[in-house]
Design a protein around this ligand. Structure first.
Ligand code: CUA
Length: 153
C-alpha cells in the first residue's frame, strides 16, 4: 500500500473513533440522549394505574420535585404547578387519548407524549418566573388552547 494511502486511512479511522467517543460521551456520561424510554401503560386504564391515579406535584428530595401528569384533549392535569427556584423537576407524563406534546418555553424540554407510553423528562429551574407549557403535537380541534404554566418562585 502506498504510504499516503496509509496516512489517510489512519486519519479517517481516527476521526471516526473520535466522533464515536464524543457522541457516546454526550449520550451516556452527560445524559444527552433523546428524552424517551420504553415504559408502557394501558392507555384505557390511566386513572387506575399508579402513579397516574394521583397526578400532582410531589417533593422527592431537598431541591427535587416530581410532577406526575396526565395529558388529555385539551388539558394538562395538574394544571397548576408551583416549585421553588433552583429545583430540579422530573416530569412523568402519559396521555389518556391521542399523542400530545410537552414543551416548556425557554427551556430544552420538548417531548412527545403518545398514549400507551410513559415519558420522563428532567429540568432544573434556576430562574423564578412563569414558564409556559404547550402542547406542540396537533391533537384535535382544541389543540391551540392546550397549554398551562409552571410557576417558579
Ligand atoms: Cu394536545 Cu395538541
Amino acid at each position: 500500500m502506498h504510504r499516503d494511502e496509509k496516512i489517510w486511512l489512519t486519519l479517517s479511522f481516527g476521526m471516526i473513533m473520535i466522533f464515536m467517543l464524543i457522541t457516546g460521551y454526550q449520550a451516556f456520561a452527560l445524559e444527552m440522549g433523546p428524552p424517551s424510554n420504553m415504559e408502557t401503560i394501558d392507555p384505557t386504564k390511566v386513572d387506575q394505574t399508579a402513579p397516574f391515579d394521583k397526578p400532582g406535584v410531589k417533593q422527592v428530595g431537598e431541591n427535587e420535585y416530581e410532577v406526575v401528569m396526565t395529558l388529555q384533549a385539551f388539558s394538562f392535569n395538574p394544571n397548576k404547578i408551583e416549585v421553588p427556584a433552583g429545583s430540579t423537576v422530573t416530569f412523568v407524563l402519559t396521555s389518556k387519548d391521542v399523542t400530545h406534546g410537552f414543551q416548556i418555553a425557554n427551556t430544552n424540554v420538548n417531548a412527545m407524549v403518545p398514549p400507551g407510553h410513559i415519558q420522563k423528562i428532567k429540568q432544573k429551574f434556576d430562574k423564578a418566573g412563569e414558564y409556559l407549557i404547550l402542547c406542540n403535537e396537533y391533537c384535535g380541534a382544541g389543540h391551540q388552547v392546550m397549554g398551562t404554566t409552571i410557576t417558579v418562585k
